[in-house]
Design a protein around this ligand. Structure first.
Ligand SMILES: [Zn+2]
Ligand SMILES: [Zn+2]
Length: 158
């Protein structure tokens, strides 16, 4: 195999034939591979989480109650910041119509009321507090989240 001049698929800089820097399979630097894989994992986890909550909620919008086919709906966050410990929390994500989620900014007041009604004040506070906590997701954590939603989704479909 010719390594001379081979470029990393991610950063386009040369990949050296040195165990420390070469991720053989994709010809990427190890750190480049990590961030690439992390991004893919995040996307896959979110895709599964989103489908799961839309199916779980039977296509009914949490804030206005309209009901459609789950494929026409979105998954909307209560606390929407990405780097928080509740981004993939089942109680923080629900089926929402495009209008509420997208055009009306999530309708936070109605969302809060519904969270309090369904799960109680303590859970609502837990979610609200999480807004100020910063969490960086590791590869293994995201793999667990992905597998978890994959499992929940299969259970829902069967
Ligand atoms: Zn690279
Ligand atoms: Zn709605």
């Amino acid at each position: 195999m010719k390594w001379k001049g081979k470029k990393c698929k991610s950063c386009k800089k040369p990949v050296l034939r040195n165990g420390k820097y070469v991720k053989n399979k994709g010809a990427m630097h190890h750190h480049c591979w990590s961030s690439w894989y992390l991004k893919r994992l995040w996307e896959n986890s979110w895709k599964l989480c989103s489908e799961y909550v839309r199916r779980r909620d039977n296509g009914r919008c949490i804030t206005c109650g309209i009901r459609k086919d789950w494929k026409e709906m979105q998954a909307g966050h209560f606390v929407h910041q990405k780097q928080t410990p509740v981004y993939f929390d089942e109680k923080n994500v629900h089926c929402q119509c495009v209008r509420c989620n997208h055009h009306e900014g999530g309708r936070r007041d109605d969302y809060l009321r519904e969270i309090q009604r369904r799960y109680g004040m303590e859970e609502a506070d837990r979610l609200l507090q999480a807004k100020y906590k910063i969490k960086k997701y590791s590869i293994s954590e995201l793999e667990n989240i992905r597998d978890d939603y994959q499992r929940k989704l299969s259970n829902l479909k069967s």
